[in-house]
Ligand binder design. Sequence first.
Ligand SMILES: CC(C)(COP(=O)(O)OP(=O)(O)OC[C@H]1O[C@@H](n2cnc3c(N)ncnc32)[C@H](O)[C@@H]1OP(=O)(O)O)[C@@H](O)C(=O)NCCC(=O)NCCS
Length: 201
Amino acid sequence: MISALTPDSILEHSTDLGLEVRKAAMSDIAPILELINGYAAKGIMLPRTEFEMSEAIRDFSVAYSGAELIGCGALHFYTPTTGEIRSLAVAPERKTHGAGRRLIEALIAEAGQYELDAVFAFTYVADFFRKMGFAEVERGELPLKAWKDCLRCPKFQCCDEIAVVRVLRPEHWRQTHEAMASWGSLPEGSVLLPIVKPPAG
Ligand SMILES: CC(C)(COP(=O)(O)OP(=O)(O)OC[C@H]1O[C@@H](n2cnc3c(N)ncnc32)[C@H](O)[C@@H]1OP(=O)(O)O)[C@@H](O)C(=O)NCCC(=O)NCCS
């Protein structure tokens, strides 16, 4: 039941790694920011502020090894049937020990609880996502992303991220996908401008 989701509701333990993956709490904001902004300083991820994190904390799951936050990832809803996996990061010294996979599994499980048809991601590590069951798609196949987020991104005009999708409910996804496609993708080189409403009266 959706309303029953709590920080403990998607909890997994890995005894061999001592890894705990759970929904994030407010107290996780500081270490998540440190992790994400460490990668942002290297140009690998977009920087986040405390305000943004406070707003988005319910999207996040975290991976802990003992008392140390070693990874995070977020499931951000786009439509009633699609979501984006974003802000996925594992601490540099903790990579390749399965934390990334465990976070993806937890986010996919959460997407399943919300009965999403598919989850997508925009990434530089497409090979990692392929291993997680995602398939590469044309960016134009996910027009919502452009309308919702890309306008605010400093890389908007020179985006080199790869779009990947994992379909969770194939029978529903076909219909969703057709509806999204009907909203239309943008011709190569198009520039989106924000819509400014004229003042009333
Ligand atoms: C991408 C990232 C989250 C992966 O986390 P991780 O904990 O190292 O991944 P795992 O150990 O769970 O790896 C799972 C599998 O993916 C593979 N893998 C991990 N990183 C990979 C990469 N960059 N390219 C290809 N395969 C990769 C692993 O070898 C493993 O394969 P196996 O199951 O065959 O052994 C981590 O490298 C990271 O934080 N990168 C920097 C931030 C970033 O780019 N985030 C993505 C934003 S969309």
